[in-house]
Design a protein around this ligand. Sequence first.
Ligand SMILES: CC(C)(COP(=O)(O)OP(=O)(O)OC[C@H]1O[C@@H](n2cnc3c(N)ncnc32)[C@H](O)[C@@H]1OP(=O)(O)O)[C@@H](O)C(=O)NCCC(=O)NCCS
Length: 162
Amino acid sequence: MFTLRPERPEDGPAIDALLDKSFGPGRFAKTAYRLREGVDCIDALSWVAEEDGALRGTIRYWPVKIGGTPGLMLGPVAVLPEHRGRGIAVALMNRTLDEAKALGHRAVILVGDEPYYARVGFARLPAGRMTMPGPVDYARLLGRDLSEGGLAELSGAITRAL
Ligand SMILES: CC(C)(COP(=O)(O)OP(=O)(O)OC[C@H]1O[C@@H](n2cnc3c(N)ncnc32)[C@H](O)[C@@H]1OP(=O)(O)O)[C@@H](O)C(=O)NCCC(=O)NCCS
């Protein structure tokens, strides 16, 4: 059975390999990466799933600004192809979303498939509520509260947290 733990510096190469395998080298061209450039992920929310001493899955979060207000963005999340469908990603998300809540974050956004992320409480944002700094399918811009009303407080352009 896999276990979850915070990412360590020495996990870096294995995480990069996992992300390359899951998203391909073109991943850096995604609009979400523009929000990550030059910004460090949030250490306390960057976790991995491990089993038999090997990495099975990764999750990271980035700080962003939404209409100038600090916000939280989930992603990337990825699981090794041969270990998908075992609940690893849902476990990583549930654990770290609890952690984010405990740290006082009131809402979280992400870009991803709504049918999947609905499993952990995400829903499409109202049209025009937030804008991304590049091309994105707005049907994939999702959010959820971590504290009641947290998401509704946020609107406007999503920009880098610098
Ligand atoms: C998406 C991903 C992280 C899911 O990891 P996982 O550990 O297999 O997920 P879980 O085991 O927790 O959940 C699997 C379930 O979600 C479903 N699912 C996976 N991707 C889905 C999607 N895009 N849309 C709808 N359902 C999806 C699976 O069919 C499975 O359903 P089941 O429980 O009814 O069998 C993994 O498939 C992956 O790494 N994909 C490539 C990278 C990626 O696309 N990441 C998400 C970026 S937005």
